[in-house]
Design a binder for this molecule. Structure first.
Ligand code: GDP
Ligand code: MG
Length: 420
């Protein structure tokens, strides 16, 4: 890097000298006003001159790191000197979009323009053109430097997407909401599950629904309800052959309750198993969970169930499912001629408006409600006052009822009866 000091009666002249001697790529490192005579300290009333320190063949990165560039830019001659030099022209408005003219030198210390001895006079615009030119080049160099990535790049600000502010939704009045909720609750219906021994062959309940909603758990709870609470003869069937170990869950429950359990892997197996358990009061079929958007699954179930008209499919709905998915599930499984709904996981949420709305919209009666993971405790056959209380007043209003068993669904387990 080559550094040189220039002195001139004014900034314009000094810059012109820099440009003349060091070329367009010179960087101004510093400018200051000094005493015109000897010594650099300006005394009152003393004539002044301008000192410019410029560099060329520099390492821009090193200069940037050393903080020279900002200083140089700050010191760029757009600022008038601290004490006005005698021949300094008054400042001009900026920016000047005119390209820089050739350097013009005059006065003491001036250097002749190469190839000519003529020294044209400085005009006002020249000084600002020079200053503008330098600033423009600084900016250009920095941009170039940024482009090659050798200095940290300032990321462009993330564009802010201004969405149109939606008009504030008109909130319905609380009594309007209550009225609407009561209307829904008034439309709820419950389905009765068998309580007495079968007279005309077993009642066959098939649980269908999305994965993980609690079909297998509900099947076990139902089996316990029928066999322990009502003393009915129950058989459990598992049609869940899609997942490894899926049948084990039901088999284990059956073993605990000493109930027969059949694994049904083909359509003909279902017909055969039903025939084999014709003496039962209730057969509970647990099916494989599939996405409600899987049309093949529903069609397959339809084909299987067509084998026996006594099969009554019940759709298991989890209270934690989103509104649209609840609606779509009901729509998808409607092809099976669903007999009723079995609600699960009502303990896993505290908002029931969506569930209430979707249950009513389905126009299907509710057959049972599951209130937790425990088998057989967290189960109730559907009861209108209970559902009305839950949907109107929430979980807190029913939790006591559920725990103490003081409601009409109290779970009084009958003495265990050996399965035949
Ligand atoms: N909290 C709560 N969990 C439940 C309820 N019913 C089932 N579960 C749990 O949900 C998970 C999935 O149940 P599972 O019966 O295997 O669902 P399936 O895939 O539909 O057969 C298991 O961890 C169950 O214990 C319920 O009413 N409340
Ligand atoms: Mg299951």
């Amino acid at each position: 890097m080559r550094i040189k000091r220039f002195e001139a009666p004014d900034t314009t002249t000094a810059l012109a000298m820099v440009k003349q001697e060091m070329g367009d790529d010179a960087v101004i490192l510093a400018t200051r006003t000094i005493a015109a005579g000897r010594g650099s300290i300006v005394k009152k009333g003393q004539e002044t001159k301008v000192e410019v320190v410029a560099a060329m063949d520099y390492d821009l990165e090193a200069l940037s790191e050393a903080g020279a560039l900002p200083r140089a830019e700050k010191a760029a001659p757009q600022q008038p000197p601290q004490q006005p030099p005698r021949r300094e022209p008054p400042p001009e408005p900026e920016p000047l979009p005119v390209p820089a003219p050739p350097s013009a030198l005059t006065g003491p210390g001036a250097i002749a323009v190469a190839g000519t001895d003529e020294l044209p006079a400085i005009d006002r615009s020249t000084s600002h053109l020079e200053a503008h030119d330098l600033r423009r080049r600084f900016a250009g160099m920095l941009r170039q430097q940024h482009a090659v990535g050798s200095t940290p790049i300032r990321q462009p600000a993330t564009p802010t997407i201004r969405r149109p502010t939606p008009p504030p939704a008109a909130k319905p009045a609380p009594d309007e909401v209550a009225q609407w909720r009561d209307q829904l609750i008034g439309q709820l219906a419950v389905a009765r599950l068998p309580e007495t021994p079968a007279t005309n062959g077993p009642a066959i309940i098939a649980l269908v629904g999305a994965t993980g909603v609690g079909k297998t758990t509900t099947a076990a709870k139902l089996a316990a309800w029928f066999s322990l609470h009502h003393g009915l003869k129950v058989a459990l069937f598992s049609m869940d052959c899609y997942r490894i170990g899926a049948t084990d869950q039901l088999r284990t429950y059956a073993k605990i309750m000493r109930l027969p359990c059949e694994i049904v892997l083909r359509k003909q197996d279902l017909t055969r198993a039903i025939a084999a358990h014709a003496d039962r009061d209730v057969i509970i079929i647990d099916t494989a969970g599939k996405s409600p958007y899987d049309e093949t699954h529903v069609k397959e179930l339809q084909e299987w169930f067509a084998a026996n008209k006594a099969i009554a499919p019940y759709l298991v709905l989890s209270a934690t499912t989103k509104k649209e998915d609840l609606a779509n599930t009901v729509t998808s499984y409607r092809a099976l001629a669903i007999n009723g709904l079995m609600l699960t996981k009502i303990d896993e949420t505290r908002t029931y408006a969506t569930l209430c709305q979707q249950v009513v919209a389905s126009q299907l009666p509710v057959a049972s409600v599951c209130t937790g993971q425990r088998v057989p405790e967290d189960f109730m056959v559907a009861d209108l006052p209970f559902l009305a209380k839950l949907f109107r007043r929430g979980w807190e209003a029913v939790v006591e009822e559920r725990i103490s068993g003081s409601g009409c669904n109290d779970w009084t387990v009958q003495p265990h009866r050996e399965a035949p």
